[in-house]
Design a protein around this ligand. Structure first.
Ligand code: MRU
Length: 363
């Protein structure tokens, strides 16, 4: 069910939301457009390093190793990456170029399985030139570049719209729990779950964010804490086991999380640990909002059990900051995401507005 929202805050640029600091550009064109420029998120918060990627393998590696991460950001990075890796082949015959494009798009899609934004972006790119039977490769490349730019700019606009729609959920003094990083670092714009926070903060409301550290890769402790501090938004980091206890103590007013894929029935795949947060929030009567652009809604997947959950390297669990924290050979599990059933989701905040149960993302 879609709700009409009285959005009190216009969807304007990130700069306005984050006064005094440059907007974060997690993924963008490098000057001249011959490479994709990303912030290497593996290095944050101890070092701020930008990397320019032009080869297919480098783009795939950056997505796989989470140098660029977050569902919207990896879709955008793959779109730009497809263009820059095809660029040296602009003089090829059209059929060979097209076959190469499809192979590259499949390779990019295969880097991570759970976030739907990745196949969504690749299918959109491939479809854009599907009927250009009589055009030379160079013309197809031009069209692909324009489409990738559109994907990037639309993502920025969708983030701003999520901020505008979601800010109405945050009264002055709101204490927000979030999990993982669904901020500017996870998108091409101001983020998804953090977009309402930035919008409310820019409107002069006091908002305090509690960021779960998010084991095993610490996106909350490293990335959410870094970008909120940088923007002047008060933030406190919790270890993952602390959230329920803070809820019980009355220290959390609402939960805002992002999503990697939202099934047609409203089930939500998001970073591992989100389900535990949702169960705890439900028990304590705390609203839980999922914030995501329309590109994260997967209408073809009917329910959460059909979502493929990425299993990552066990070493990510065994190691912490380069130190072994378990016996070297102890069995571990490392699913990167979990599914929160729609019954635990108070509302889904998209760029088109707020949706509440019964969810039916089939249009
Ligand atoms: O494995 P990651 O870091 O790419 O996972 C990202 C997430 O799960 C985010 O929390 C999220 O909500 C989706 S991106 C806005």
């Amino acid at each position: 069910m879609r709700l009409a929202v009285a959005a009190g805050i216009p969807a304007t640029a990130h700069r306005r939301y984050v006064s005094g600091v440059e907007p974060i550009r997690a993924v963008q064109w490098a000057p001249g457009g011959a490479a994709v420029r990303i912030i290497d998120q593996r290095r944050l918060p101890s070092a701020y390093v930008e990397r320019d990627l032009a080869a297919l393998d480098d783009v795939c590696d950056a997505i796989r190793t989470l140098a660029v991460r977050g569902a919207p950001a990896i879709g955008v990075a793959a779109a730009l990456g497809l263009v820059v890796s095809l660029a040296p082949h602009g003089a090829e015959d059209p059929a060979t170029f097209r076959a190469r494009m499809e192979a590259y798009a499949s390779q990019l899609t295969a880097t991570r399985p759970t976030a739907v934004n990745l196949p969504w972006a690749m299918q959109r790119m491939v479809a854009r030139v599907a009927t250009m039977w009589h055009d030379p490769a160079a013309r197809m490349l031009e069209v692909l570049r324009a489409e990738a730019t559109a994907i990037l700019e639309e993502d920025r606009a969708m983030c701003a719209a999520i901020g505008a729609h979601g800010a109405v959920l945050l009264p002055d003094g709101a204490r927000v729990l979030t999990h993982c990083n669904a901020g500017a670092l996870a998108t091409a714009g101001i983020g998804t779950a953090l977009a309402p926070v930035y919008a409310a903060h820019a409107a002069g409301r006091r908002v305090h964010v509690f960021a779960d550290e998010t084991r095993p890769l610490l996106q909350g402790a490293r990335l959410t804490a870094w970008e909120l501090q940088r923007a002047g938004v008060p933030v406190t980091v919790l270890t993952d086991g602390m959230a329920a206890s803070l809820m019980r103590a009355g220290e959390i007013d609402l939960v805002l999380v992002g999503a990697d894929r939202i099934a047609a029935n409203g089930d939500v795949a998001n970073k591992i640990g989100t389900y535990a947060v949702a169960v705890a929030a439900h028990y304590h009567g705390i609203p839980m909002y999922v914030c995501a652009p329309w590109s994260t809604v997967d209408r073809a997947t009917l329910h959460g059990d059909a979502i493929v959950i990425e299993e990552r390297d066990p070493a990510e669990v065994r190691m912490l900051g380069g130190t072994l924290v378990t016996p070297p050979d102890v069995p571990v599990r490392n699913p990167a995401f979990d599914v929160t059933p729609h019954a635990l989701v108070t509302a889904v905040v998209t760029d088109k507005g707020l949706y509440r149960a019964p969810y039916s993302f089939t249009y």
